[in-house]
Design a protein around this ligand. Structure first.
Ligand code: NAD
Ligand code: MG
Length: 298
């Protein structure tokens, strides 16, 4: 059974036909080649003008959680700038098409988040294209498992921090001068921030940093009328997992250890981003919204 956001359903039975299959793609991977296909809410997400006329910049918007969020934002009435790596053009074009089908504008700005110049240029181009930014979703991320710290390369450690932490800093810093009171920033952390896996030392550390960055910055910006929050996904079926995010043998049982007993789909994350982006969450700042299948968090 697939998810439909307005239909009463047993959450343990949703997507019960779906079984993650062992597979490997080179980084960053494509949704187009994921088996089974992830549910981005293409067929089901219905908007109700919660983001009418809003201007959103989303990183990692080509696939997975970022793509599901981009589709939902557009159907809620927002125009969207999509950031992603050049090799993800195929996925990005599909999402841009879905945004246009929703009657909104989509602008694609490929580039590498590890590059500070790209991050600043991305913001400039978003401001130009949209006429400002009032929703910033820092979502692009890198996750490569490593079983032994002595073999964790300096390059990987650096890349994981650049992609997950530095890019968030560079983009937020560049975007802030363009963000008016009422604007919202949403960062993507992870269950890994609280219960880190022994094979994700670098990644989990970046996700704890993102959580803390969110809570510190939220206090700084709340008096200025800008709310900063985070979403912390649990195990979600996206290209991240099959591009060495997990060892192959873990993929088949991906998500089964959660209280709901299954992995989640990107479509189940999008409503959390919509809530935090919209005025519905006007009294929520510095919060981490866990969407993780029921695993306890601090
Ligand atoms: P995904 O692979 O669909 O999205 C990650 C995106 O990050 C890629 O599409 C890519 O565009 C972008 N990216 C990676 N390196 C980049 C670089 N150097 N330059 C530009 N863009 C780059 O996977 P996803 O699972 O949807 O990931 C989205 C976010 O969710 C990430 O921050 C991830 O850490 C987080 N998250 C995912 C899970 C999960 O189980 N899938 C769990 C917790 C947190
Ligand atoms: Mg991608």
């Amino acid at each position: 059974m697939s998810k439909d956001q307005y239909t009463f359903a047993d959450p343990t039975a949703l997507y019960s036909e779906k079984e993650p299959q062992k597979q490997h793609q080179p980084e960053p991977g494509l949704d187009a080649e994921l088996t089974p296909k992830a549910d981005l809410g293409e067929a089901t997400y219905r908007g109700t003008d919660r983001l009418k006329g809003r201007k959103a910049l989303i990183t990692g918007a080509d696939s997975g959680i970022g793509a599901a969020t981009a589709i939902a934002f557009a159907r809620e009435g927002a125009d969207v700038v999509l950031s992603y790596l050049p090799s993800e053009e195929k996925d990005a074009q599909r999402i841009a098409g879905l945004i246009q089908e929703a009657g909104r504008q989509a602008f694609t700005v490929p580039g590498d988040l590890r590059d500070d110049a790209y991050c600043r240029d991305l913001v400039d181009r978003a401001v130009q294209a949209l006429g400002g930014i009032d929703i910033l979703v820092n979502n692009g991320g890198k996750q490569n498992f490593n079983e032994d710290l002595t073999t964790l390369s300096d390059e990987q450690f650096d890349d994981t921090f650049k992609t997950n932490v530095y890019a968030m800093f560079w983009i937020t810093k560049a975007a802030l001068p363009h963000m008016k009171p009422g604007s919202t920033i949403i960062n993507t952390t992870s269950i890994q921030a609280y219960t880190p896996s022994e094979i994700l030392v670098d990644y989990a550390t970046t996700k704890a940093s993102i959580n803390t960055f969110t809570k510190a910055l939220a206090q700084q910006l709340a008096p200025k009328g800008i709310r900063v929050n985070a979403v912390a996904p649990g195990p979600i079926w996206t290209p991240l997992q099959v591009t060495d995010g997990q060892p192959q043998e873990k993929i088949a049982e991906f998500g089964t250890q959660t209280p709901l007993g299954r992995m989640g789909e990107p479509a189940e994350l999008a409503p959390a981003y919509v809530f935090l982006a919209s005025a519905e969450s006007s009294y929520v700042a510095g919060e981490t919204l866990n969407v993780n299948g029921g695993s306890p968090t601090p």
